[in-house]
Design a binder for this molecule. Structure first.
Ligand code: ATP
Length: 256
Protein backbone atom coordinates (compact mmCIF):
# COMPACT_ATOMS: atom_id res chain seq x y z
CA UNK A 1 0.00 0.00 0.00
CA UNK A 2 1.42 3.38 -1.04
CA UNK A 3 1.09 6.47 1.12
CA UNK A 4 -0.28 8.50 -1.80
CA UNK A 5 -1.62 6.62 -4.80
CA UNK A 6 -2.51 8.47 -7.97
CA UNK A 7 -4.41 6.09 -10.18
CA UNK A 8 -5.11 6.53 -13.87
CA UNK A 9 -5.97 10.23 -13.77
CA UNK A 10 -7.43 11.84 -16.88
CA UNK A 11 -8.56 15.43 -16.92
CA UNK A 12 -10.32 17.42 -19.62
CA UNK A 13 -11.25 21.09 -19.26
CA UNK A 14 -14.54 22.01 -20.94
CA UNK A 15 -15.23 25.62 -21.86
CA UNK A 16 -17.38 27.32 -24.53
CA UNK A 17 -18.08 24.05 -26.29
CA UNK A 18 -14.38 23.23 -26.55
CA UNK A 19 -12.62 20.44 -24.72
CA UNK A 20 -8.92 20.44 -23.84
CA UNK A 21 -7.40 17.30 -22.39
CA UNK A 22 -4.80 18.44 -19.85
CA UNK A 23 -3.86 15.06 -18.34
CA UNK A 24 -3.94 11.47 -19.58
CA UNK A 25 -2.95 8.15 -18.00
CA UNK A 26 -1.32 9.61 -14.91
CA UNK A 27 -0.46 6.92 -12.35
CA UNK A 28 2.20 7.22 -9.68
CA UNK A 29 2.89 6.20 -6.10
CA UNK A 30 4.53 8.29 -3.42
CA UNK A 31 5.77 6.79 -0.17
CA UNK A 32 5.63 8.48 3.24
CA UNK A 33 8.46 10.96 3.71
CA UNK A 34 9.36 11.09 0.03
CA UNK A 35 10.00 14.33 -1.83
CA UNK A 36 9.04 14.19 -5.51
CA UNK A 37 9.03 16.82 -8.25
CA UNK A 38 6.88 17.43 -11.32
CA UNK A 39 8.92 18.95 -14.13
CA UNK A 40 8.00 19.63 -17.74
CA UNK A 41 7.29 22.16 -20.47
CA UNK A 42 4.74 24.89 -20.01
CA UNK A 43 1.19 23.59 -20.27
CA UNK A 44 2.00 19.93 -19.57
CA UNK A 45 -0.50 19.77 -16.71
CA UNK A 46 1.72 20.04 -13.60
CA UNK A 47 -0.51 22.58 -11.88
CA UNK A 48 -3.65 20.74 -12.97
CA UNK A 49 -2.38 17.56 -11.29
CA UNK A 50 -1.33 19.44 -8.15
CA UNK A 51 -4.78 21.09 -7.99
CA UNK A 52 -6.47 17.69 -8.32
CA UNK A 53 -4.27 16.27 -5.52
CA UNK A 54 -5.22 19.34 -3.47
CA UNK A 55 -8.90 18.55 -4.05
CA UNK A 56 -9.59 21.90 -5.73
CA UNK A 57 -11.60 20.03 -8.36
CA UNK A 58 -12.15 16.34 -9.18
CA UNK A 59 -10.43 14.71 -12.16
CA UNK A 60 -12.55 13.71 -15.15
CA UNK A 61 -11.63 10.14 -14.26
CA UNK A 62 -9.24 8.26 -12.01
CA UNK A 63 -8.71 8.39 -8.28
CA UNK A 64 -6.35 9.53 -5.58
CA UNK A 65 -5.90 7.56 -2.37
CA UNK A 66 -4.13 8.74 0.76
CA UNK A 67 -3.25 5.81 3.04
CA UNK A 68 -5.71 3.74 1.00
CA UNK A 69 -8.63 6.16 1.54
CA UNK A 70 -10.05 8.69 -0.92
CA UNK A 71 -8.39 12.02 -0.21
CA UNK A 72 -10.64 14.42 1.71
CA UNK A 73 -8.67 17.52 0.85
CA UNK A 74 -9.59 20.54 2.92
CA UNK A 75 -11.82 18.92 5.50
CA UNK A 76 -9.13 17.16 7.53
CA UNK A 77 -6.07 19.37 6.91
CA UNK A 78 -4.23 16.50 5.19
CA UNK A 79 -2.84 18.89 2.61
CA UNK A 80 -0.60 21.90 3.13
CA UNK A 81 0.37 24.40 0.43
CA UNK A 82 3.30 26.61 -0.29
CA UNK A 83 2.89 28.79 -3.33
CA UNK A 84 4.87 31.39 -5.23
CA UNK A 85 3.10 34.09 -3.23
CA UNK A 86 3.14 33.80 0.56
CA UNK A 87 -0.54 34.84 1.08
CA UNK A 88 0.18 36.02 4.63
CA UNK A 89 -2.52 38.31 6.01
CA UNK A 90 -0.88 41.77 5.97
CA UNK A 91 -2.90 43.07 8.95
CA UNK A 92 -1.81 40.22 11.21
CA UNK A 93 1.60 39.76 12.82
CA UNK A 94 3.80 36.84 11.80
CA UNK A 95 2.87 35.04 15.02
CA UNK A 96 -0.85 35.61 14.40
CA UNK A 97 -0.51 34.38 10.82
CA UNK A 98 1.04 31.12 12.03
CA UNK A 99 -1.44 30.81 14.91
CA UNK A 100 -4.35 31.13 12.52
CA UNK A 101 -3.92 27.63 11.13
CA UNK A 102 -3.77 26.18 14.63
CA UNK A 103 -6.92 28.07 15.67
CA UNK A 104 -8.73 26.67 12.63
CA UNK A 105 -8.14 23.15 13.84
CA UNK A 106 -9.01 24.14 17.42
CA UNK A 107 -6.16 22.53 19.28
CA UNK A 108 -5.27 23.29 22.89
CA UNK A 109 -4.87 27.10 23.10
CA UNK A 110 -1.93 27.12 25.51
CA UNK A 111 0.01 24.72 23.35
CA UNK A 112 -0.77 26.72 20.20
CA UNK A 113 1.40 29.62 21.30
CA UNK A 114 4.31 27.35 22.28
CA UNK A 115 4.05 25.46 18.99
CA UNK A 116 3.97 28.73 17.02
CA UNK A 117 7.13 30.02 18.68
CA UNK A 118 8.86 26.68 18.15
CA UNK A 119 7.89 26.62 14.46
CA UNK A 120 9.10 30.18 13.94
CA UNK A 121 12.39 29.26 15.53
CA UNK A 122 12.57 26.05 13.39
CA UNK A 123 12.38 28.16 10.23
CA UNK A 124 14.91 30.70 11.52
CA UNK A 125 12.37 33.39 12.39
CA UNK A 126 12.76 33.38 16.17
CA UNK A 127 12.16 36.88 17.52
CA UNK A 128 10.15 38.10 14.52
CA UNK A 129 6.71 36.99 15.75
CA UNK A 130 5.51 40.51 16.59
CA UNK A 131 6.49 41.95 13.19
CA UNK A 132 4.07 42.40 10.28
CA UNK A 133 4.66 40.72 6.89
CA UNK A 134 5.58 44.09 5.29
CA UNK A 135 8.53 44.32 7.71
CA UNK A 136 10.03 41.05 6.42
CA UNK A 137 12.02 40.28 3.26
CA UNK A 138 10.54 37.99 0.56
CA UNK A 139 12.59 35.05 1.82
CA UNK A 140 11.53 35.62 5.42
CA UNK A 141 7.88 35.83 4.38
CA UNK A 142 8.22 32.48 2.59
CA UNK A 143 9.74 31.03 5.77
CA UNK A 144 6.74 32.34 7.71
CA UNK A 145 4.47 30.74 5.09
CA UNK A 146 6.30 27.44 5.66
CA UNK A 147 5.78 27.71 9.44
CA UNK A 148 2.08 28.44 8.90
CA UNK A 149 1.77 25.45 6.56
CA UNK A 150 3.49 23.13 9.04
CA UNK A 151 1.35 24.42 11.92
CA UNK A 152 -1.65 22.33 10.86
CA UNK A 153 0.58 19.24 10.64
CA UNK A 154 -0.45 18.29 7.09
CA UNK A 155 0.26 14.80 5.80
CA UNK A 156 1.43 16.11 2.43
CA UNK A 157 2.87 19.43 1.37
CA UNK A 158 2.19 20.68 -2.14
CA UNK A 159 4.83 23.17 -3.23
CA UNK A 160 3.88 25.10 -6.38
CA UNK A 161 7.00 26.99 -7.49
CA UNK A 162 7.51 28.41 -3.98
CA UNK A 163 11.01 29.75 -4.73
CA UNK A 164 10.47 31.20 -8.18
CA UNK A 165 9.83 34.79 -7.07
CA UNK A 166 12.98 34.97 -4.93
CA UNK A 167 16.45 36.21 -5.84
CA UNK A 168 18.95 33.43 -6.54
CA UNK A 169 20.84 33.52 -3.24
CA UNK A 170 17.65 33.61 -1.15
CA UNK A 171 16.23 30.80 -3.27
CA UNK A 172 19.23 28.53 -2.58
CA UNK A 173 19.07 29.25 1.15
CA UNK A 174 15.34 28.64 1.29
CA UNK A 175 15.62 25.38 -0.67
CA UNK A 176 17.98 24.12 2.04
CA UNK A 177 15.72 25.31 4.83
CA UNK A 178 12.55 23.80 3.34
CA UNK A 179 14.37 20.54 2.56
CA UNK A 180 15.85 20.17 6.05
CA UNK A 181 12.66 21.24 7.82
CA UNK A 182 10.50 18.80 5.87
CA UNK A 183 12.99 15.96 6.43
CA UNK A 184 13.12 16.67 10.17
CA UNK A 185 9.30 16.64 10.33
CA UNK A 186 9.19 13.47 8.18
CA UNK A 187 6.84 15.17 5.71
CA UNK A 188 5.89 13.97 2.26
CA UNK A 189 6.13 16.66 -0.42
CA UNK A 190 5.32 17.26 -4.07
CA UNK A 191 7.11 20.14 -5.80
CA UNK A 192 6.10 21.71 -9.10
CA UNK A 193 9.02 23.52 -10.68
CA UNK A 194 10.51 24.71 -13.97
CA UNK A 195 13.99 24.53 -12.48
CA UNK A 196 15.80 21.26 -13.32
CA UNK A 197 18.54 22.00 -10.75
CA UNK A 198 16.05 22.60 -7.99
CA UNK A 199 14.21 19.35 -8.81
CA UNK A 200 17.47 17.34 -8.74
CA UNK A 201 18.81 19.00 -5.59
CA UNK A 202 15.62 18.54 -3.56
CA UNK A 203 13.95 15.36 -4.76
CA UNK A 204 14.04 11.63 -4.30
CA UNK A 205 12.33 11.22 -7.68
CA UNK A 206 11.50 13.45 -10.63
CA UNK A 207 8.53 12.96 -12.95
CA UNK A 208 9.14 14.58 -16.33
CA UNK A 209 5.88 15.40 -18.10
CA UNK A 210 5.24 15.79 -21.82
CA UNK A 211 2.40 18.02 -23.07
CA UNK A 212 -0.78 17.80 -25.16
CA UNK A 213 -2.05 15.96 -23.27
CA UNK A 214 0.08 15.94 -20.13
CA UNK A 215 1.59 12.50 -19.57
CA UNK A 216 4.44 11.16 -17.50
CA UNK A 217 7.16 10.95 -20.13
CA UNK A 218 10.03 9.71 -17.96
CA UNK A 219 10.79 9.12 -14.30
CA UNK A 220 14.23 9.81 -12.84
CA UNK A 221 15.37 8.35 -9.53
CA UNK A 222 17.85 10.75 -7.93
CA UNK A 223 21.01 8.82 -6.90
CA UNK A 224 21.51 8.17 -3.18
CA UNK A 225 24.77 10.14 -3.26
CA UNK A 226 22.77 13.30 -3.98
CA UNK A 227 19.81 12.52 -1.74
CA UNK A 228 22.10 12.28 1.26
CA UNK A 229 23.22 15.89 0.75
CA UNK A 230 21.45 19.18 1.34
CA UNK A 231 20.27 20.82 -1.92
CA UNK A 232 23.13 23.34 -1.80
CA UNK A 233 25.80 20.66 -1.49
CA UNK A 234 24.06 18.33 -3.94
CA UNK A 235 24.60 20.96 -6.64
CA UNK A 236 28.37 20.49 -6.28
CA UNK A 237 28.33 16.70 -6.63
CA UNK A 238 29.49 15.22 -9.99
CA UNK A 239 26.27 13.14 -10.26
CA UNK A 240 24.28 16.39 -10.22
CA UNK A 241 25.64 17.68 -13.54
CA UNK A 242 25.27 14.25 -15.18
CA UNK A 243 21.59 14.07 -14.25
CA UNK A 244 21.12 17.74 -15.15
CA UNK A 245 22.45 17.13 -18.68
CA UNK A 246 20.27 14.03 -19.13
CA UNK A 247 17.09 15.81 -18.07
CA UNK A 248 18.03 18.96 -20.02
CA UNK A 249 18.29 16.93 -23.26
CA UNK A 250 14.96 15.21 -22.64
CA UNK A 251 13.27 18.52 -21.86
CA UNK A 252 14.72 20.12 -24.99
CA UNK A 253 13.37 17.31 -27.12
CA UNK A 254 9.94 17.90 -25.61
CA UNK A 255 9.92 21.67 -26.00
CA UNK A 256 11.04 22.00 -29.61
N1 ATP B 1 -9.21 26.43 -16.35
C1 ATP B 1 -8.78 25.97 -17.52
N2 ATP B 1 -9.61 25.88 -18.58
C2 ATP B 1 -9.20 25.38 -19.77
N3 ATP B 1 -7.95 24.93 -20.00
C3 ATP B 1 -7.08 25.00 -18.97
C4 ATP B 1 -7.43 25.51 -17.68
N4 ATP B 1 -6.35 25.45 -16.88
C5 ATP B 1 -5.36 24.91 -17.61
N5 ATP B 1 -5.79 24.64 -18.85
C6 ATP B 1 -5.01 24.02 -19.94
O1 ATP B 1 -4.56 22.74 -19.47
C7 ATP B 1 -3.23 22.50 -19.88
C8 ATP B 1 -2.36 22.25 -18.63
O2 ATP B 1 -2.27 23.46 -17.89
P1 ATP B 1 -1.44 23.56 -16.52
O3 ATP B 1 -1.59 24.95 -16.02
O4 ATP B 1 -1.86 22.47 -15.61
O5 ATP B 1 0.04 23.28 -17.03
P2 ATP B 1 1.42 23.57 -16.31
O6 ATP B 1 2.33 22.44 -16.68
O7 ATP B 1 1.22 23.83 -14.87
O8 ATP B 1 1.89 24.90 -17.06
P3 ATP B 1 2.94 26.03 -16.57
O9 ATP B 1 4.25 25.32 -16.38
O10 ATP B 1 2.97 26.99 -17.72
O11 ATP B 1 2.40 26.63 -15.31
C9 ATP B 1 -2.79 23.71 -20.71
O12 ATP B 1 -2.98 23.41 -22.06
C10 ATP B 1 -3.73 24.81 -20.25
O13 ATP B 1 -3.96 25.75 -21.28
Amino acid sequence: MSFLKIQDIHHTYFSNQTAATALADISLDIEKGEFVSFLGPSGCGKTTLLSIIAGLFPPTSGKILLENNPLKADSDFSIGYMLQQDYLFPWKTIEENVLLGLKLIKKNEGLEKIKTLKLLSDVGLGGTGKLYPRELSGGMRQRAALARTLAVDPKILLLDEPFSALDYQTKLKLEDLVFETLKSFGKTAVLVTHDIGEAIAMSDRIYLFSAKPGRIYKTFEVPDELRELTPFHARNHPHYSVLFQTIWKELESLEY
